[in-house]
Design a protein around this ligand. Structure first.
Ligand SMILES: [Zn+2]
Length: 359
């Protein structure tokens, strides 16, 4: 069963977003049970409403404790996924669904990482992928997408325009729409991060999540809520959303208590979270509020410093991921709290970023 996050309309059949109001849908999966078995994302098959058929051995990522501090701060290294970012957890689920439903083409709009991920899973499933991408995405990300054989469509006017184009294209050509916010199954894959974290460290006190469209923080909170509803755990982690100070529609709306306002044209080094119109924005704000968490922003200068600090601990993170580390400067925490940082993507995604001078 699917339900609309905004108007509450319920759907017994799969649709990608609400037919009435266009908002994202969430899966309310009544038959789920906690029966971990096997490895990676599909270890949690009993919690996922799609039968796993297309997998590149995603998930099962390392949780590494920071070495040089007394506090228990852990880094979840999602860059270790097959295409170098957490998106693979969602792609394995949605492309399995496309494959099970016998689609021969899939469409996605992306700031880079989701395009690469969907392209890889489509390649493995023998499904044609078309990736709509804003003009300013780095060459490294473009080359990764092309190697997987996807058709690339560069779109002027930023990510929101790319999303519009991908929706039209999927509708016109009868292709599967494979992206977060426009496909509720993507979140169902992403939420497996929570299950892994729980098995690796129990329930963290705080989880810091770099936030672009809002899909990841929505998914992580959903995962913990499901475990609580099943009686597997009792407490929930506080969700801390981090955005760039120049593109922070979710954190701004959380601070003001008002609607999400689309920021004007701005740039940040953290391209993977440069999302002006966040599709999962309202559910992200709900995750922050319901968990007693907070929203924080960091500057490009803090991000560049954080990339270097993480490097000194043996972790190469892309700028958006380093934002999670930089966020530690932006709020107070007790020494006995256990904190998990979502290092969402590999530094190899954008290796030149570190050469930019902090401004
Ligand atoms: Zn609706």
């Amino acid at each position: 069963m699917l339900s609309c996050v905004k108007c509450g309309r319920r759907y017994g059949e799969f649709v990608t977003s609400c037919n009435d109001c266009g908002s994202p849908l969430v899966v309310d999966y009544e038959d789920r049970e906690w029966k971990p078995n096997g490895q990676g994302v599909w270890r949690y098959q009993s919690m996922i409403p799609v039968s796993g058929s297309i997998s590149l051995s995603e998930g099962n990522t390392p949780l590494v404790r920071r070495r040089d501090v007394d506090e228990e701060i852990f880094m979840k290294l999602e860059g270790d996924n097959p295409t170098g970012s957490f998106k693979d957890r969602g792609s394995t689920v949605v492309i399995s669904d496309a494959f099970n439903k016998k689609y021969n083409c899939a469409v996605v709009a992306s700031t880079g990482n989701m395009g690469a991920s969907v392209a890889a899973y489509c390649a493995y499933a023998n499904i044609k992928a078309r990736v709509f991408i804003p003009e300013d995405v780095t060459e490294e990300k473009i080359s990764q997408i092309s190697v997987y054989g996807a058709e690339l469509v560069r779109v002027a006017g930023g990510f929101s325009k790319a999303v519009e184009r991908s929706k039209e294209d999927a509708r016109g050509k009868g292709c599967y729409l494979a992206m977060t916010g426009l496909n509720p199954y993507f979140i169902e894959g992403l939420k497996t991060i929570s299950f892994e974290l729980f098995e690796q460290m129990g329930v963290p006190d705080k989880i810091i999540v770099p936030t672009g469209s809002g899909g990841l923080i929505t998914a992580i909170f959903k995962g913990f809520l499901e475990l609580r509803d099943l009686g597997v755990l009792r407490t929930l982690p506080q969700m801390i959303s981090v955005q760039s100070d120049v593109v922070a529609p979710i954190v701004d709306a959380w601070r003001t208590g008002g609607d999400i306002v689309i920021p004007k044209e701005v740039k940040t080094i953290a391209s993977a979270i440069m999302v002006k119109l966040p599709f999962n924005g309202y559910s992200a704000i709900e995750a922050i509020k319901k968990s007693g968490g907070i929203g924080v922003t960091v500057t490009d200068y803090q991000i560049l410093r954080a990339i270097k600090d993480l490097g000194r601990e043996g972790v190469f993170a892309e700028p958006a991921s380093a934002a999670a580390y930089a966020a530690l400067e932006e709020f107070d925490y007790r020494r006995d709290e256990r904190i998990a940082l979502m290092i969402t993507g590999s530094g190899l995604k954008d290796p030149a970023a570190v050469l930019k001078n902090p401004v």
